[in-house]
Design a protein around this ligand. Structure first.
Ligand SMILES: [Zn+2]
Length: 301
């Protein structure tokens, strides 16, 4: 836009020369032909200016720029401007100004605006579903979840639908610290372990999340971290191409087995407790991750 000002000044200044030029001048006859080849689809209002009553030779664009022209410059084919930002610019086009000719081609200006608008809309949608102050963590705020028995329950619980674009097969109740830890592990442990295999992980198959119960459902045992919103059990990883990496079927064998072992190992540290098929008979078919903290560090088996 900054370059346009001197150009306009030049054209306006030369307008007088064109106005006084005799009809027989060769230049105006040649110009329109060139302009037409440069613009394979001339806009309709511009073409209307080529009427027999006017000097044959006056090129459309230069005519619009000439200050003498009394007719208001019309918007170039406004019906086709379907971009989101089109309406906003219309008043500027309708003003009979010396810059009308140059402003006639708005498309290149509008396109980036439209794209920016869409990106912002997508951000707003994400923000509406964001919890824990993180756009990548999508779900809803639940608030206080009372425990059925003493020791259970969650303060400021969230129900998580997806993390970093990876869906959870069942919407999982937990606290924000656990949600953030899952996100960090997905980025730093899960994603590198799976890489581009099967297009990457599309969904976590969640076997359990919040549940007010004792450890491994045994009578007299301590309240499980599941009863505090600190834990998630993952049975499998659904890939984008439809295949599955399953803890029960793939642990300890082949390429998928190696991926599972990497995922299990990388969870140790971010999570306080990491249990897999080699820990006990209760975890043959899933990983248990929780955010309980122990003085001796993480417990991983
Ligand atoms: Zn568990």
């Amino acid at each position: 836009m900054r370059r346009a000002a001197p150009l306009v000044a030049l054209l306006v200044a030369s307008g007088a020369v064109f106005a006084d030029a005799p009809d027989t001048s060769l230049r105006p006859i040649v110009r329109p032909a060139i302009l037409e080849t440069e613009q394979p689809q001339p806009v309709a209002p511009a073409r209307a200016l080529y009427t027999p009553t006017r000097p044959v030779a006056r090129p459309a664009d230069l005519t619009q720029i000439t200050v003498r022209s009394p007719a208001p410059v019309q918007a170039p084919a406004p019906a086709r401007q379907t971009g989101e930002g089109a309406g906003q610019h219309r008043p500027r086009i309708q003003q009979p100004s010396a810059r009308g000719g140059l402003m006639a081609s708005l498309r290149p200006l509008l396109r980036p605006l439209g794209i920016g608008r869409k990106a912002q809309e997508r951000k707003r949608k994400l923000a509406r579903g964001a919890v824990c102050g993180d756009m990548a963590i999508q779900g809803e705020e639940v608030g206080h979840v009372p425990g059925r028995i003493s020791g259970c329950g969650i303060d400021n619980a969230v129900k998580i639908r997806s993390i970093g674009g990876v869906a959870l097969s069942q919407h999982a109740l937990m606290d924000c610290q656990t949600a953030r830890t899952i996100k960090a592990w997905m980025q730093q442990g899960m994603a590198p372990a799976v890489g581009g295999y099967g297009g990457g992980v599309a969904q976590l198959r969640v076997a359990a999340h919040y549940s007010c119960r004792t450890r491994n459902n045994r009578k007299g045992a301590k309240i499980s971290e599941h009863g505090k919103g600190h834990a998630i059990d993952i049975a499998a990883f659904q890939l984008r191409d439809g295949r599955t990496i399953s803890v029960l079927n793939d642990w300890g064998s082949g390429k998928k087995g190696r991926m599972l072992r990497k995922m299990h190992r990388s969870a140790c540290g971010p999570f306080g407790t990491v249990l897999g098929p080699e820990s006990d008979r209760f975890h043959r078919d899933h990983f248990h991750f929780d955010t309980a903290r122990y003085r001796k560090g993480s417990y991983c088996r």
